[in-house]
Design a protein around this ligand. Structure first.
Ligand code: PRP
Length: 185
């Protein structure tokens, strides 16, 4: 059965207000870390990071350039394929530049570790990672974001850019999927 064919409701886990406050605090730390940069290249990993990056760049006080990379390990599935494919590469060069990778969630870690390896091979001056959510219980490869917005338990989460079977990305908060058919997640 397709993931989202099961009936479910969404329980709020992190409010829009709490997200906004955390995004602002993360931006202050990013400003301090990259202070003096000529231009920070902020790289959003599509599709899940599109709302987070939009809010984050509006709080960052440094000159920024925005670029996107699309890497996919899940597609419409709920289990990681462990094979990360680059579906869309950056438009710009990052050699010698200050780069901030923006990710929505670190789960098994396959996506982020693959992307970090790829971008490091292009010799940026400095590369840091900001992930909104971290689910450490699911980690299979060691990878750590420089900044994490929230550490969460092993639950299906949706909203603020994150989907469940391509649905619910447009929720303003982060919610937890709760199945109502009595089956396990
Ligand atoms: C999701 C999410 C992260 C990645 C995290 O992307 O946006 O990029 O999985 O999982 P991992 O740590 O187990 O690799 P997905 O492939 O679902 O694409 P999407 O961003 O387009 O939803």
């Amino acid at each position: 059965m397709a993931a989202s064919a099961r009936p479910y409701v969404i329980d709020e886990m992190i409010s829009a207000k709490a997200i906004a406050a955390r995004v602002e605090a993360l931006a202050r730390e990013i400003d301090a870390t990259f202070a003096g940069t000529q231009k920070l290249v902020v790289v959003g990993l599509l599709r899940g990071s599109f709302i987070f990056i939009a809010d984050l760049v509006r709080e960052i006080g440094l000159p920024v350039e925005v670029d996107f990379l699309e890497a996919s390990s899940y597609g419409d599935a709920t289990v990681s394929s462990r094979e990360v494919r680059i579906l869309k590469d950056l438009r710009g060069e990052i050699a010698g530049r200050d780069v901030l990778v923006v990710e929505d969630i670190v789960d098994t870690g396959f996506t982020l570790s693959h992307v970090i390896r790829l971008l490091e091979s292009r010799a940026p001056r400095r590369l840091e990672v900001c992930a909104l959510l971290d689910k450490p219980a699911r980690r299979e490869v060691e990878v750590r974001a420089t900044w994490t917005g929230f550490t969460i338990p092993d639950e299906f989460v949706v909203g603020y850019g994150i989907d469940y079977g391509q649905r619910d990305r447009n929720l303003p908060h982060i919610g937890k999927v709760r199945f109502t058919d009595g089956g396990a997640a």
